[in-house]
Every structure is written in structure tokens, then in C-alpha cells.
Ligand binder design. Sequence first.
Ligand SMILES: [Zn+2]
Ligand SMILES: [Zn+2]
Length: 172
Amino acid sequence: MFITVKELELQDLGFSVALKPGEIEFFDRLRQRGDLVAQGVAELRSDVLEEIRVHGHLHVPMESDCDRCLEPAAFEVDGDFDFCYRPARFARPSKDEVELGEGESEIAFYEGSGLELNDVLREYVLLSVPMRKLCRPDCKGICPVCGQNRNAITCGCQEKPADDRWAALKRI
Ligand SMILES: [Zn+2]
Ligand SMILES: [Zn+2]
């Protein structure tokens, strides 16, 4: 759905979408597991600045690679989003010239007559990816000795003591 300033000048634009996996492109390591459901409103926050505010609620089951074993790690994005976009012509001429002031990083920009709702939703999902992505809380990871998935098998390899301690000894 494309949101135009022209439309918003007339009225706020409510939306309610259910997007199948593939309708929004994520990275290879980030996959959508089910429908992305979002409801919300797009509105003009300022007629003069043509600043578009898009806010609402989004829910989507996602999947990434487990940080420890690289098997699929499922997680959900479920939360409220609230973004503001200004026309690109109001963007600073060069990022090098002026440093961003506090809070200004929150403002994004759109080109032309408006912005694509899917881009807004994608942005929120990307911002919501958890720092730690684990297939399960107690994932044992990959054995550093034999390279096998320790959730699946007990390889019984003897792990060397922590490397840094040995490094410290060797330096003496
Ligand atoms: Zn894992
Ligand atoms: Zn092993």
C-alpha cells in the first residue's frame, strides 16, 4: 500500500493488512514464518512540513539462525510502532556537514509523493530483531572440537581449557 501526502491531506488513512511471507523482503538470515499482521493509521503530522506519521501495531512470527548452532531460531515481533517521515528535500544536504542532534535519528525520510507501507513495517521488524537469537534457551551450540551440533549428539569431545588462560601462560 502506497501512502501519499495528497491522500493524507484529505483524511487520515487507516490500514489493516495481513502479508504472506515473501511480500516483504528480508535478509537471507531473517525469514518470515507466517502472516505479518498490522493495523494502524497514517496521518499528516504537519501540513507545512508534509511530515507523515505512521503508527499502529504489528505482529509477525519470524525466524533467524541460532547464534550458537545455526539451526533455525524462532522469535515473534509483537509491538506498537510509531514512525515519522519527512520529505527527502528537507533532509540535510550532507551528513558530514552537520552532526545529528539528539533524537533526530528517529526521523526518516521519504522520496517523492509518499511512502510504501511495507517499508515502514519492514523497518519495524528489523528494529525488533532480538540481540540474542537462540533455537532454545539452553542451546548447547556446536562443538568447537568436532564441529557437530551438541543438541543432537553427545560427542564427548574434551574441550581445552579457556584459551586466554593458556595464552597468558605461554607469554611467561
Ligand atoms: Zn541453537
Ligand atoms: Zn565434539
